[in-house]
Design a protein around this ligand. Sequence first.
Ligand SMILES: Nc1nc2c(c(=O)[nH]1)N[C@H]1C(S)=C(S)[C@@H](COP(=O)(O)O)O[C@H]1N2
Ligand SMILES: [Mo]
Length: 269
Amino acid sequence: MKKKELKEEEITGGSIKRKTLVSFSVFFVLAGLGIGGWVWLNKQDTSDGTLKPLRKVLNVNEKVNNAFFSDNHLVKEYPKSKAEKDVRVNGDVGMGEDYKFENWKLTINRHPESMSPDSVLYLTINDVRSLPYKGIIFDFKCIEGWSQVTNWGGVKFSDFLARYHLGTHSGRAPDPNHPEDLYKYVGLMTPDSAYYVGVDMKSMMHPQTILAYEMNDSVLPVDQGYPVRLIIPIKYGIKSIKRIGYIYFSDTRPKDYWFERGYDYDAAL
Ligand SMILES: Nc1nc2c(c(=O)[nH]1)N[C@H]1C(S)=C(S)[C@@H](COP(=O)(O)O)O[C@H]1N2
Ligand SMILES: [Mo]
């Protein structure tokens, strides 16, 4: 009943005229404010080439970017000639010899617990390989004291999240302007769940963190983590999990094999 009354009022000529008048007044006031604002903005300090009020906004964006997509602190990279040919194999937890690789798929849970079918994603190695290639040759450091310059190839983990809309509460691609949408941690496990690591999202988004499917420009050897391993140069080797089977996201620390055995959770260099 009320709706009908409103409608009737709307179609009476007087009402339309009154509304048109109000609309025009509002338009002129807003236009005036816009022009005034523009004039004010252009009177502001431009000492660094950008209007100061706009610079403030850019600075805020920059801070958010740095917090999550920082490429300051890059690990030193080496030329191919320095890469070790005879790469050490260390650690075989979760690397059972009878594993059936033909059954391998990368199982991803978009969220921590829920195993509802629409929050789980299965990817093939070709889904991983379809992203831009990223190689890295760096000094791989084990917490036990040895290190080796080694050559790895794969895809940036940050590209992987962007492509498959992973790592966010919303299910959208990570957005530097919405750092609060990102999960705080990524959990990774071998297919048999015997070896597992947890890494903070900022380190996973680091531009040198890759899902590696190559070593020395060839297919990743089985004992080095075929078909895909993590290479995270800003951390000790314990975090570079071989033979990844599961990836999931969480706001609390995922379980971590070496943390449970007394090592530092972050294992940062
Ligand atoms: N699945 C799995 N990944 C693992 C380990 C392991 O025991 N199992 N060991 C870690 C440790 S302690 C190190 S130093 C590196 C060694 O990598 P590498 O065998 O390619 O030298 O792998 C890490 N990733
Ligand atoms: Mo290690």
